[in-house]
Design a protein around this ligand. Sequence first.
Ligand SMILES: Cc1ncc(COP(=O)(O)O)c(C=O)c1O
Length: 381
Amino acid sequence: MNTMSGQPWSVETMAVVAGRPPHEAGAPVSPAIELTSTYRSWEPFGGTDAGVYTRMNNANWRDLEAAVGALEGGTALCFASGMGAGAALFDLVPAGGRVVMADSCYGSMLSLAGQLSTAGRFSLTLVDISDTDAVVAELPGADWLIMESPTNPLLQVADLPALCEAARAAGAKVAVDNTFATPLLQNPLALGASVVMHSGTKYLAGHSDVVLGVLVAADEALLQQLRSYRGLHGAILGPMEAWLALRGLRTLAVRVERQQATAGVLAKRLHEHPAISLVRYPGLASDPGHERARAQMRGFGAMLSIELAGGVHAADELVQGVRLWVPATSLGGVESLIERRRRIPGEPETVPKNLVRLSVGLESVDDLWADLEQALDGLGQ
Ligand SMILES: Cc1ncc(COP(=O)(O)O)c(C=O)c1O
């Protein structure tokens, strides 16, 4: 439960009510898009104050941040992209520090961490995040543990409470990319993390029409450092994008509930199809992450990955053979997307070459299945 005005409200309700204009006569129900680069001001300013200069703060950020912060149980800061948020996150690592990171994190996060470590900014240890003992063994001397759960695109589930606890005992802070789970299904701050990251491009905005990132934290010192980074590096989110993201966020609960219900049905059907050698979806009882996901999530999400028995060729043929599923990268929108991940240069080698990632949208489950089935049945013909 989150609270606003002393009311105990659920995540579903907060997605609708948080970040609205004030509850007073004449106030608009939906916020305006405030297109201004600067504001009238004459007081000395501290750089983060409202209404001074749009690079430092603006009304549309405040609305969006109020809503995402309420959903994740902390204070949110928006960035120009998920990777913009990721770059700010790495900036929190002390110079010469040590980062322990999941080897199955999103590929560009791994590439950036690799570049920073090669440049001598910090040392980097990559771990299999599903192997709790192996991760815990690497924590002594670490400054940060950076992970995703479920991971993109392997759908591995980390034991978040155990890892946060072990990191705290070792004096390390924890960041969790919650893009796949969304705040509807999982709240890493409540499980012990210091920072939550989102590619807001995905489920938060939800309509494949805007790119943004968000970091959420409760610790004021971390937030100050992140605000300073954002203001000084200057690659900020535009007010229009913030407005679009908040508009999309209003329907987060209904979208994710429907998408994950469809994903659950598709996962079972795919699991039984002879052309598929493996379905990776934490909602399947046979999935290695199933019990952990049940314990720490409020659902299993709407992302799934499949491996084709016919290898890379079959995977490419499947993506070319569908008509309703959209062959495109990204995820979390209303339309279902499909892609073979290793076609992307720099995708980690931990990702099998025959893996196809599916982002389940809002189309009818029967239409989505019929399309997949005809493409799978036609493989090799
Ligand atoms: C889990 C995850 N984190 C971060 C990112 C980066 O986000 P963006 O593309 O908004 O920069 C992505 C993008 O696909 C992602 O899937």
